[in-house]
Design a protein around this ligand. Structure first.
Ligand code: TMP
Length: 215
């Protein structure tokens, strides 16, 4: 049995990370791995309720610091209830967004002091940092266009409606985080074909975790 790993997928809205997460989930299962596919916010029953508060487009009055603490509450519940038990069982945990999203969206995007975010993260999240993070990069100016291209059932959430400036600050935040932790982050150009990105992700996972060498 492989020891459990936490692999997170990050990037601006519409970057294609959820598609890639689904594909690598299927590939890992084919390789015989036990996998947990999950997401933030909303990876637990309680988290689903927090997600509703956070993303409801009608909640325009939500204070940035309340928003920050709700994302962190969701994460702590998710870690303790779901992620850590799954890792302890040897599962590969694939998580659509994790703490980097908070630093980037609430810190760089909203402008909340990075040190105060860091102080909360350092005691509650840092002991459980991801083993690997895939960052799919797209130009911030394409976010709105990519979200508009989604199918008719897709409804924009509160964060999807943010300005291009917000996504520019967030893109810069991702860039800085990835530069500071080059071992953990693997940056992939999210404008490539879906299948090309998928093969790049497989190659990294094979190399890091020695999975998938059977024919
Ligand atoms: P999703 O669309 O990828 O499910 O994510 C929901 C939105 O929440 C997305 O716009 C990014 C945002 N978000 C934050 O602002 N901070 C966070 O900590 C997380 C996990 C997500």
């Amino acid at each position: 049995m492989h020891s459990g790993k936490l692999i997170t997928f990050e990037g601006l809205d519409g970057c294609g990370k959820s598609t890639q997460l689904e594909k690598i989930n299927n590939w890992l299962i084919q390789q015989g791995c036990e996998v947990l596919k999950t997401k933030e916010p909303g990876g637990t029953r309680i988290g689903q309720q927090i997600r509703h508060i956070l993303l409801n487009p009608e909640h325009k009055e939500l204070n940035p610091e309340s928003e920050l603490l709700l994302y962190l509450s969701d994460r702590i519940q998710h870690l303790k209830e779901t992620i850590l038990p799954a890792k302890a069982q040897g599962k590969m945990v694939l998580c659509d967004r994790f703490h980097d999203s908070t630093v980037v969206y609430q810190g760089y995007g909203r402008g909340i002091d990075l040190r105060s975010i860091e102080s909360i993260i350092s005691y509650s999240i840092k002991p459980y940092l991801p083993d690997l993070t895939f960052l799919l990069t797209i130009p911030p100016e394409t976010v709105a266009h990519r979200l508009d291209q989604r199918d008719e059932q897709f409804v924009k959430d509160r964060l999807d409606m943010e300005s291009q400036d917000f996504f520019e600050r967030a893109a810069n935040g991702y860039h800085e985080l990835a530069s500071a932790e080059p071992e953990r982050f693997v940056c992939l150009n999210g404008e490539q074909e879906v299948e090309v990105i998928h093969q790049q992700i497989i190659a990294v996972i094979q190399q890091r975790f020695e999975i998938g060498f059977k024919s």
